[in-house]
Structures are given as C-alpha cells and as structure tokens.
Design a protein around this ligand. Structure first.
Ligand code: ASP
Length: 520
C-alpha cells in the first residue's frame, strides 16, 4: 500500500490529530514575525504596500512641523500597531513615518538606511501562508455551527415527546442542573486552590507586568464595554422567548431549548394521528442533521489543520514564557478536572471505563480544542455520545445543548484562576469571603457565557468587579487567552458529555440504543 493510500485509510480521529500536529508545526514554522510590518500607503495616487523589517527605530512625526510625536524601538511592534489604530483619519493623514533600518553589508560594516512613508492607509503585521488558508478552517466551523441550531430544535422536540410529560422532564432537568452546578463548583474550587498554592501572580516580574499592561491596554476597552451586569432574575425571565423564530435566528440556546421542550411535551397531549407526523418529521430531520455531521467531519482534518496553523502562526510565543506560571496553573487544574474529576464521575456514576469514555469523545475534544467553541462542537458531541457512549437521543438532545450553554467547568475554573492571578499581580489580598464571592459569581457567569470563542474573558470582568479587582487587569492575560480558551473549551464539552452519560445511567437508558463501537 502506498504512503498516500495508507494516510487516506487512517481512522478519522487519527487524521484529525495529524491535521492538528501538522498544522501546529506549519504555523510555528511560518510564525508571523514581530520584526516585520506591512505599510499600505498612497504614492502618486496609487496604493502601494511596502514591507519594513529589522527596524532599529520607527518615528512618527507631524508632516508639516516635522515634530516627532512617537518613537518605537525594535521590540515595539504591538505598541506601534496600537498607536496607529488609535489615531483618527485626519491624524493619520498628517502623519509622516520614518523607519531607521540598520543592517550589515557583506564586509560586516553597519549600514543605516532610512525609509519615509506618507499618506499611510494601513499598518499591519505581515501575513503568512497560514493566515491565507485560515478561511478553510472557518468554513469548517461555520458548517458545524449551522447544524447546531436546527439539530437542537429537531432532536429536542423528538426527545421531549418521548420523555412524555413535564414531570419526567422536570426530574431530569433538576438532576442535570444539580450535577452541572456541583461540577462547576468543583472546577472553581480546584482553580482557587491551585492559584493559592502556586501563586502565579507573584512569579511575574515588575517589568513584564508593566509591559503587558501597556501593550494590551488598547485591546481591553472594547471588551470592558461588551461586559454586562449579572442579573439572575433577568436571565431566568429571558429563558422564555417572546418569539421562537427570533430565538432561532439569534441562536439563543436557552430559549430554543425552552421552546422545543414545550412543543415536544405538548405534542404528547394531542391526538396520536395528529402528533405522529410532526414527531416523525422532526425525527427524520434530526437524523438527516446527524448524517450531515458525518459528512462535515470528513473535512475536519483539513479544517483543523488550517485553523491551528493560523492560530499558531499568529501566536506570540514569548508571551507564553512571560505568563508561564499563570498558564501552567490553569492547565494543571484543567487536567485534574478533565481526567480525575470527570474520569471518576463516569466510572462511579455511569459505570463507564474512563478510557472508553475519553476514547468515545476524542473527536469531540479535538474539535473543541481547535474551534474554541462549545456551540460548534455541539453537533459532534451529540453524535459521538449517541454512537460511542450509548446515550439515547432523548437525553443528549436535552442535556448537551443546555450543557453547552450552562455547564462551563473549564471557563469557570479559568475565571477563578485569572481573578486570583490578577489580584496577586496587583498585590491585592483575597480573603476567604472574597474567594467565596469569586466562586459564586464565576458559577453564575458560567451560565451567562455564550458558547463561542473568547466570551469567558468578558464574563471574567463581572467576576473581577464583584471583588473589586481592577478590570484593566485583563490586559495582563489577554495575550494567552486564545490558547487557554482552546484548552478550557475541551473541558467544557467533556463535562457535558460526562453528565449526559450519568443522567442516562440514572434513567436506566444508557446503552439501550445500539452502540457503534467500531470507532472507539
Ligand atoms: N470558548 C468557550 C466555549 O465556547 C467559552 C469561553 O470560555 O470563552 O466553551
């Protein structure tokens, strides 16, 4: 068998893993340089792009008076980009940029050259090939996202109609919410304990702290503005949609779940000859959607490759070094929760061997890692829980969409670790009451966190406010947030799958459906 046919015949999860590894290598090799800039400027009425690299210093001056406004050194790419972005149109029009470039010629002599730019339209980092192939990955994620909403609606209507009545739904719902809250509380406790023991905020130098605060300050304003107040009553009231169509259009998961539950339960209250065609329609529709997941997953290796390559190529590895202890604290916590807490939970309460459990959801974990989105991973999670873990559709369709919205073990642990880390950097002592407030707000914030990339950090602002930690502190952790988002999303979705198995077991329906275990 040739190398290519061997590759083609690999199992899907091996192909995805390969896509992930190759994407990471490709992205790291073609990392976006922090010593290069692409300047788009107008010259004789024509737009031109010039790449500037290895600058010794870059100065911005007023074009008329030639007074220097700002000077940036060779390590200041991010600061420079932020400065340019902060200028309005007229300020940009009056700007003169002067780059001093120092190189050595063949004889080893130092040569200094100067480049001038006027009429600057854009200043960007130089794009590398991984950035250009990113759209392939984005298409893959969008395909998964478009399945999520119709799939949840259809399968939950069928699921609720087979659950039968409000009492059963209420019983399962109460059980589910209780387990979700216990799991989140455990995750936060692990996060708080680790950050109090490791004390990552005290392991960061004064210089690094200043640098992070200055570099990322401009990026946090938008996030602070996006944050909302936490209002439990409003959250509960908002579960009831005024218009189910707009709930569907706006992907309001809790509202969609509510609507589907009401429809499903009410269908059991009307005559069978009326309800049966409706249920059959949604049943066929949801099976079709699950089949679609199969098709989409065929391009998963390529999608994962493109996404990881782009993410890694954009990632500044220096920052991982600076924030090593913070990232390590969270990752240790996530690993404990993922493998010890969830592993023992499925063993004790669902009677599933943890190895079998993690094998059953390995594609789910890989997609969560690459997409950083519980919502995009939801269709895959539903499919794998049904096929590989034997959780019936009526349970997955109820427990997983709600879990994707409510149960964010990884995100809430991250909020606890980040809050303590920022407090430690600012030298704020958090007493036990404050740590309890963090526990409570992170738990509630987890419900309010939308299952899409980067929302966890916005909800973190609420947690910080609750204990008076300066919200500007999120500038400290912004640089590694994308990477940690990938890690925490894996734990978020694994928690949902674990709860689905436990609920199915407690209802005596685990493994009743035919399990396709050939994939495991
Ligand atoms: N990306 C996370 C998720 O979708 C949410 C977050 O922590 O930002 O599960």
């Amino acid at each position: 068998m040739s190398f290519f046919s061997k590759l083609w015949n690999l199992k899907l999860h091996h192909k995805i893993l390969l896509g992930l590894l190759l994407g990471a290598i490709f992205g790291a090799t073609l990392n976006v340089s922090k010593y290069e800039l692409e300047i788009t400027h107008k010259e004789k009425d024509k737009e031109k792009s010039t790449i500037v690299n290895n600058w010794e210093k870059i100065e911005f001056a007023d074009i008329q008076s030639r007074v220097v406004l700002q000077t940036f050194g060779k390590e200041d790419q991010l600061k420079l980009l932020n400065y340019f972005q902060s200028l309005d149109k007229s300020a940009k029009a009056n700007l003169l940029m002067l780059a001093t470039i120092r190189t050595t010629d063949r004889s080893g002599a130092v040569v200094t050259t100067r480049q001038y730019f006027e009429n600057i339209k854009k200043i960007e980092k130089v794009k590398t090939i991984p950035i250009y192939i990113k759209p392939i990955g984005t298409i893959f994620i969008r395909l998964l996202m478009f399945i999520a909403i119709p799939l949840v609606l259809a399968s939950l209507i069928v699921g609720a109609s087979s659950l039968g009545n409000i009492k059963t739904v209420g019983k399962i719902g109460a059980k589910m919410i209780t387990i979700y809250f216990i799991l989140i509380a455990i995750a936060i406790t692990i996060g708080l304990t680790l950050s109090n023991v490791i004390r990552p905020g005290e392991r960061i130098s004064e210089e690094a702290r200043e640098k992070l605060l200055v570099e990322f300050a401009p990026n946090i304003q938008a996030k602070i503005q996006e944050s909302v107040e936490l209002n439990v009553i409003n959250t509960i009231v908002n579960i009831v949609p005024t218009n189910p169509i707009s709930a569907l259009a706006n992907a309001e998961m809790l509202q969609i779940v509510f609507f589907a539950l009401v429809v499903g339960i009410t269908l059991t209250a009307i005559r069978k000859e009326k309800s049966e065609p409706v249920i059959k329609f949604f049943d066929g529709f949801s099976d079709m959607m699950i089949k679609m997941v199969d098709y989409i997953m065929k391009i998963a290796p390529l999608g994962v490759f493109a996404l990881i390559a782009a993410t890694v190529s954009e990632f500044g590895f220096d920052i991982l070094q600076t924030l090593f202890w913070y990232a390590a604290t969270l990752i240790i916590g996530l690993l404990i929760h993922q493998f010890i807490v969830l592993g023992s939970m499925v063993k004790i309460f669902a009677g599933i061997n943890p190895i079998k459990f993690f094998k059953g959801i390995r594609e789910v974990m890989l997609i969560a890692f690459t997409s950083s989105s519980s919502a995009a991973t939801l269709p895959v999670n539903m499919e794998k829980c049904e096929q590989n873990l034997g959780v019936p559709k009526k349970i997955t369709s109820f427990v997983l969409p709600l879990g994707a919205t409510i149960n964010m073990d990884g995100t809430s642990m991250y909020q606890a670790v980040a809050a303590v880390f920022i407090a430690q950097v600012y030298g704020i002592e958090l007493h036990i009451t404050e740590q309890l407030i963090i526990l409570l707000t992170a738990l509630l914030a987890s419900i309010g966190t939308a299952p899409v990339p980067g929302v966890g950090i916005i909800m973190l602002i609420i947690v910080l406010r609750s204990v008076n930690i300066p919200e500007e502190g999120i500038a400290l952790i912004l640089g590694v947030d994308r990477f940690l988002d990938m890690c925490r999303t894996v734990v978020n979705v694994s928690g949902d799958a674990a709860v689905a198995t436990v609920i199915a077991k407690s209802e005596g329906v685990l493994g009743i459906n035919s399990m396709k275990n050939e994939n495991c």
